[in-house]
Write a protein that binds this ligand. Sequence first.
Ligand code: HEM
Ligand code: HEM
Length: 195
Amino acid sequence: MNAGADRYTRVAIALHWLIALMVIGQLAGGFYMHNLPDAKAELKFELYQWHKSFGVTIMLLTLVRLAWRLTHKPPPLPAAMPQWEKIAARGAHIGFYILLIAMPFVGWLVVSSSPFADSVQTYLFGVVHWPHLPFFENVADRKGLSHDFAELHEYLAFAMIGLLGLHVAAALKHQFVNKDAVLSHMVPFLKRGAR
Ligand code: HEM
Ligand code: HEM
């Protein structure tokens, strides 16, 4: 896409919304599965397998998305937007990319370091074997380490929720207060804004 184009490419838009849907599902599903009582062990196990499958998919799709992003220019932000807002938008987008890789990676660390890592393997969508990371064989306190990674995974989830709140608020402000073209950059059927 050229610098002067007024939307992201179709591929960028498709990846944005596919990943956004999956992340929201992962956040809701993650808290739900984590808080299920042990009496629901079978359902819990199933949900953990889905969670790992979608989470790894998000990580892989984000790598594809980053490669696409680095080779295709996005539409420019409105000229009237103050410089600090442009910098904040950029910072938020970079923050998202960091979280989209760090969240699944830390999830991968949780399951790889777990004392149950040998007995509970990861099969993406029940089919493709996804190996554990190899660093933890000689760690004495795997339970403690895995617990620490799980805590980090939870903090990252809160950071993602906070950033999503800001991101959506910014998108709505552009659309309804500034009435500019920013939301239409990412929503194909939306009428282009005036500025
Ligand atoms: C967890 C869910 C979401 C994630 C992870 C996410 C992530 C991102 C990222 C990384 C970008 C920057 C694209 C780039 O230039 O590389 C972006 C752009 C954008 N997002 Fe989202 N997004 C999410 C949900 C949403 C939602 C719900 C909305 C609408 C209410 C939205 C509206 C937009 C718009 C309009 C842009 C383009 C901004 C611009 O032109 O600079 N996003 N999003
Ligand atoms: C963007 C992707 C991901 C998101 C948004 C996400 C989100 C979440 C959330 C919100 C929780 C509940 C946190 C809590 O209540 O403590 C959770 C738990 C968990 N996630 Fe993820 N997750 C992602 C990817 C992954 C991946 C790829 C794996 C493993 C390969 C994974 C493994 C786990 C595990 C094992 C737990 C339970 C941790 C515990 O027992 O405390 N997650 N995730």
